[in-house]
Design a protein around this ligand. Structure first.
Ligand SMILES: Cc1cc2nc3c(=O)[nH]c(=O)nc-3n(C[C@H](O)[C@H](O)[C@H](O)COP(=O)(O)OP(=O)(O)OC[C@H]3O[C@@H](n4cnc5c(N)ncnc54)[C@H](O)[C@@H]3O)c2cc1C
Ligand code: FES
Length: 304
């Protein structure tokens, strides 16, 4: 009998990298930074929706790593080595300064080092939709840039690097909600990638005043019988629950990327569990690190 705790996405393909170099660490918005990490082997394997665990290299506090999503991979500049290679040089990660790790990371500069392991998690399932609608709240936009580029065919990841990317969606929209304009991070990156970006803020300081779920409702109702659509959400759980309901009420498939706190990232500690519905009408706990972080929204038993 198969071990019921077996998961398909253990860290079998992960690289454990001690002392990865920080290439740059740029502030994008209030309390929000993008760190560029040199890690070619990891970058060649990671796919949209997967994440890494990260620790400081020169300091044991915090002792436990923190999960951060892939924002994008990057290539070297126009030097000879880059021209002779079609594999990426490393990854970009965008983080909100929240507690111990992210505060310390925001003080690191180019040339400093971090420890990281990954790629981890399942990543986004292939999207078979003409119109991909991504819904982000707070710092939830971070897993979506690479997904958008992959769907629009401008960049490849994992087994299919840049040269082999195939577009699979003709249209990608990002509905992005933040508390205030100063917290919006990476809007230009999405627009430059060809994404139709629709922004709202709680205080009305940029874009539409109000909730990102209102943007989603409006978008889905614009053309209910038009292109085949799929919704993907990441952000605070009440937002994801509401967005998933809006999508599913309209018969639109929905995936969610959960951001449960994690300790090991590799399936051992069970600190990251989410409650999911099982086929038999019951429920069970699933580990977000090895059975997620991406789940079909209809499977999630939302906790209130
Ligand atoms: C798969 C995955 C991908 C993620 N990707 C990103 C990303 O790309 N960018 C980003 O900024 N963050 C991301 N996160 C969230 C990030 O890992 C946490 O915010 C992390 O705790 C920050 O570490 P810290 O040491 O700075 O804060 P900590 O010292 O760990 O925590 C600060 C405070 O936040 C609370 N907290 C910790 N984790 C969470 C959580 N998941 N949800 C709500 N509250 C929490 C703690 O209880 C504490 O009060 C991701 C999480 C997961 C699971
Ligand atoms: S973080 Fe340890 S099992 Fe998921």
């Amino acid at each position: 009998m198969m071990n019921p705790l077996h998961a398909h996405h253990y860290a079998d393909d992960a690289v454990d990298l001690r002392g990865a170099e920080i290439v740059e660490n740029l502030q994008l918005a209030r309390d929000t930074w993008r760190v560029r990490l040199q890690c070619p082997e990891l970058a060649a394997r990671i796919r949209p929706g997967q994440f890494i665990m990260i620790r400081l290299h020169d300091c044991d506090d915090p002792l436990i790593g923190r999960p951060l999503a892939l924002y994008d991979t990057y290539d070297l500049g126009d030097d000879a080595e880059a021209e002779s290679s079609d594999t990426p040089a490393g990854i970009d990660v965008v983080y909100l300064v929240k507690g111990k790790l992210t505060t310390a990371l925001s003080h690191r500069r180019a040339g400093d080092r971090v420890d990281l392991w990954g790629p981890l998690g399942n990543g986004f399932a292939p999207v078979a939709a003409e119109h991909l609608v991504m819904v982000a709240g707070g710092i939830g936009q971070t897993p979506f840039l690479a997904l958008a580029k992959q769907q629009l065919g401008s960049r490849g990841y994992g087994q299919s690097q840049t040269a082999h990317a195939q577009p699979s969606a003709s249209r990608v929209t990002l509905c992005y909600g933040a508390r205030t304009a100063e917290l919006l991070a990476g809007v230009r990156d999405f627009a430059d990638a060809g994404v139709d970006v629709r922004v709202c803020t709680d205080d009305g300081s940029h874009g539409r005043p109000g909730l990102v779920t209102d943007l989603l409702k409006e978008l889905l109702d614009e053309d209910p019988r038009g292109q085949r659509r799929q919704v993907i959400c990441c952000g605070p759980e009440p937002m994801m629950e509401a967005a998933a309901k809006i999508a599913m009420d309209r018969g639109v498939a929905c995936q969610v990327s959960l951001e449960t706190p994690m300790a090991c990232g590799i399936g051992i500690c069970f600190s990251c569990v989410a409650k999911v519905h099982m086929g038999d009408g019951g429920w069970d706990y699933k580990r977000t690190c090895v059975e997620g972080p991406v789940f079909d929204a209809s499977a999630i038993h939302w906790e209130r």
